[in-house]
Design a binder for this molecule. Structure first.
Ligand code: AMP
Length: 305
């Protein structure tokens, strides 16, 4: 099944208690696409500047990501700088430079418009809606966002949410967007807007999946050392939607549970090193090995008679 992602394609500067990188490949669409590429064909949509070179394209191509809809414009590629506190859960944004995103007007190719699955990665919600409008035939459209857009473009974001099938947000963002502290109620509030599925990402606690008549939760894969959490959420989303695409887009209970587990596995690999470093040399065998471990850790026997 064909999968398209729109989102940021970025250079990131990141500081964590374990070190720093001054400029590395990042962006919501990049992390998503690399993770999804282990499961299905994926096309990436977004703008880059003249500073985006062969090395960066090479990382995407090496993983088989189709870059025909990457638009090159005069100016700088989107740049984000952030640092993490000692507990790695608190992230402080130090700089955001929109660069070529400022004038970005998505024009999807025929091939991308015909995609059966679409992920609207974290970008300005009006851009997400624009892309959504160009992909009328998609059987499943998912969306991610962040606190910045809840603060600055709430109405657009609510409109974008009402136009998709699946919403994937951090637990705190779901509470913030719905102004509802109880997560189950908050998920129901989002579902009332339109989406049939809500996934709450819970960082190192895992993820929870809500549907009208279904609930599923999975802990995160336990890691002794986390180096850089940047991109974990997007890698989770890439593993999740990639896995759904690989099972023919079927979004029933078992497929969604499997997708949650693959999302968790990809997120866990992402944080083991800076940026895309770990995912770039990841293999499908390593993914399936970790999936099996997660399965063993979470399987319950029936209660004794
Ligand atoms: P995540 O850690 O999965 O939430 O996403 C991290 C990625 O989001 C980084 O690689 C950044 O380049 C990207 N990012 C940060 N802020 C923004 C923003 N305002 N719009 C789009 N992408 C962003």
């Amino acid at each position: 099944m064909s999968l398209v992602v729109v989102g940021s394609i970025a250079f990131d500067a990141v500081k964590t208690p374990f070190g720093e990188r001054e400029r590395m490949l990042g962006g919501s669409a990049v992390h998503f696409a690399l993770a999804a590429s282990f499961f299905s064909d994926v096309r990436i949509v977004g703008p880059v500047g003249d500073d985006f070179g062969d090395a960066e394209y090479g990382v995407l191509h090496e993983c088989g990501v189709n870059t025909d809809d990457v638009e090159r414009a005069a100016g700088d590629t989107f740049f984000w700088a952030g640092r993490y506190e000692d507990d790695l859960n608190t992230r402080v944004t130090e700089d955001t430079r929109l660069g070529v995103f400022e004038d970005f007007q998505p024009k999807l190719s025929e091939a991308s418009r015909a995609a059966e699955m679409v992920f609207l990665g974290n970008i300005q919600p009006d851009l997400q809606r624009d892309v959504r409008g160009q992909c009328d035939d998609a059987a499943l459209v998912g969306l991610d966002s962040m606190n910045l857009w809840i603060d600055t473009a709430r109405d657009s974001l609510v409109a974008a949410v009402s136009e998709v099938d699946l919403v994937m947000l951090d637990e705190a963002e779901i509470r913030m967007l719905t102004e509802e502290q109880n997560l189950l109620r908050a998920a129901r509030t989002l579902m009332e807007l339109g989406p049939q599925t809500v996934v709450a990402k819970q960082g190192d606690h895992g993820a929870a999946l809500y549907r009208e008549d279904e609930f599923f939760a999975l802990p995160a894969y336990p890691l002794e050392t986390v180096i850089d959490p940047t991109g974990a959420g997007d890698s989770f989303a890439g593993g999740f939607l990639g896995s759904l695409a690989a099972s023919g887009g079927e979004a029933d209970g078992p497929a969604l549970r499997r997708a949650t587990a693959y999302g968790s596995v990809l997120g866990s690999f992402c944080v083991e090193e800076f940026g895309t470093e770990r995912i770039q040399r990841l293999t499908r065998e390593e993914i399936d090995e970790r999936y099996a471990e997660l399965q063993g850790m979470t399987a319950l026997d029936a209660a004794p008679a």
